[in-house]
Design a protein around this ligand. Sequence first.
Ligand code: ASP
Length: 339
Amino acid sequence: MYMITRKDFLKKSSMIAVGGLLIPSFLRADNSTPKIFGNKEFKPLVSGKPLVIATWDNRKATEAAMNKMKSAGTDLQSGTSLDAVEAGARVPEADPEDHSVGYGGYPDRDGFVTLDACIMDEKGNAGSVTFLQNIMHPVSVARKVMEKTPHVMLSGDGAYQFAIEQGFKKENLLTEKSRLAWEDWKKKNNYIPVGEKNHDTIGILAIDERNNISGACTTSGWAFKMHGRVGDSPILGAGMYVDNEVGGACATGTGEFVMKTLGSFLCVELMRNGRTPQEAVEEAIHRIVKRYDYKDIQVGYLAINKKGEHGAYSIKPGFVYALNQNGENRKLDAESFVK
Ligand code: ASP
């Protein structure tokens, strides 16, 4: 339970000095926002490291990630949080039953499965791919972009060519099930992308034994989107962001609104300025709901800080997440703005 009330927080934040600096007004709580930090009964700030957290019920992914960290040797090279988030993200990428990520992902409205992903390590290195086709593990291609090129983001054919050069295999990612779902969508919809219900993008964050934070995000994006559409997931600061001094955050849901508010970067900056992870994710959601019509959209955020505390919040009920911490791998319900 929070030890701090909204009133206390605002009082504190108006005088607050973090590292001797006043919090800039644009990062302060907005008094006009309804229900800000109204979620006082939310779970305690559990802390404990190592930890892995992921959007949706991705417990298999958080387990794979935790196993990776447990296998850490003394070489300081293995079992890092970076290895962990990559291993975790690869789980739904290879799962044909996950229709929002990788293999088996729903195609765009023209029938192409196009993938977006990014990854970021504790040193602030980052890699990203967008609009990548026929490669099952975009998160691993993103890591190669980070490690083997002077760039951060590769897109489309260029990303594909690079993946092939790096030894990735060309694969057909459109399963029969997803193809049939697309055929069905075509019959019912007039070639118009509509806010789809399925948002199972994985955003994953980890802190390892060495207290280093990394993150990744991977998706096939908005089902039956326009050809060429890229969402928030591969955009550093939108779909995911890490700053090893502070913490990390990741997003799922209607990426257009995450991009317009640069939600993951916002969460990290809010934590840098003294907010708990829960306060940060709530504020990031409030930035969306006070500015945009949120009737037909869903966005969910996760955030962690250096202490191993986490926050989870969404616009609407139904956002669940996986947390692997203190020897338990749990599925948890996030609180939401709309009750
Ligand atoms: N955020 C993803 C996107 O907009 C979709 C999702 O989370 O399901 O591409």
